[in-house]
Design a protein around this ligand. Sequence first.
Ligand code: B1M
Length: 228
Amino acid sequence: MPDLDHNAVPEEMLESLRQSIIEGAAQRAVALARQVLEQGLDPLSAIDRGCMPGMDHLGAQYARREAFLPDLVMAGEAMKAVMAVLEPEMRKRGAVRHTRGRVVLGTVKGDIHEIGKNLVAILLSANGFEVHDLGVNVPAEAFVAKAGEVKADLVGASALLTTTMREQRNLVEAVQREGLAPRVKVMVGGAPVTRRWTEEIAADGYSKDAVGAVALAKSLVEPGGERS
Ligand code: B1M
């Protein structure tokens, strides 16, 4: 599929995609995602301009008590269905031959938000990383055990709740305690995570979004270069 003039995609189509995410209308969202790809929009722009504004809008409504938990659940399902359409296209575009490094990834203990973490996983593997995704609600010990097992270069932890961010600190401490640091780096992310928090817990790096996470991962493993 050629890379296109992003402006060629009608704004109404993106607005409909945003709206279908807000309404949790998975089938409609999937159909619209296919349409925007057919119009030539790249999958990441479809997420940034179509899905994320919908999620953010709903999140703000939830905070104002204008939307409720079932709305978040349905929007989450719609977003996952859309990701299933966009993911193969992202992988295709990022296809590379060598392994840049091994990453153990997960959402921290107590936290079941997975969409951002999944996006990070997709982009990392599309960019040549071998990703071991442990899913959600992952205790620090499980990250560390897997990192040892697969000889990971990097451990990535996502946290979406202010109450679960502290698990990222536990992870940094566990990596140090088990003697994996400094060889194994720890990267953190998630909506409430900031650079200041990253420095406070002495993690090796932070990214505010999935694209930045790829650049960060590359910079953290780069001293070793690409591996086959
Ligand atoms: Co939840 N939720 N939720 N939720 N939810 C938020 C996060 C919230 C901000 C909504 C709000 O109040 N405005 C709020 C958190 C408040 C806070 O603590 N600051 C909240 C709450 C309160 C809750 C519950 C406690 C609600 C309840 O039960 N009363 C509950 C907690 C459950 C738990 O985890 N124990 C809960 C549950 C849920 C659902 C299960 C219903 C659902 C998740 C479905 C799923 O993931 N399968 C859900 C959803 C959908 C949301 C919102 C609306 C959207 C999250 C999302 O998927 N965003 C969210 C509001 C919002 O964020 N606007 C909200 C899209 C995703 C692509 O973005 O995850 O930020 P994000 O990922 C980004 C970056 O952060 C970054 O890259 C990604 C893409 O660029 N990134 C990384 C993420 N991980 C990274 C890791 C990295 C690097 C970058 O390196 C390792």
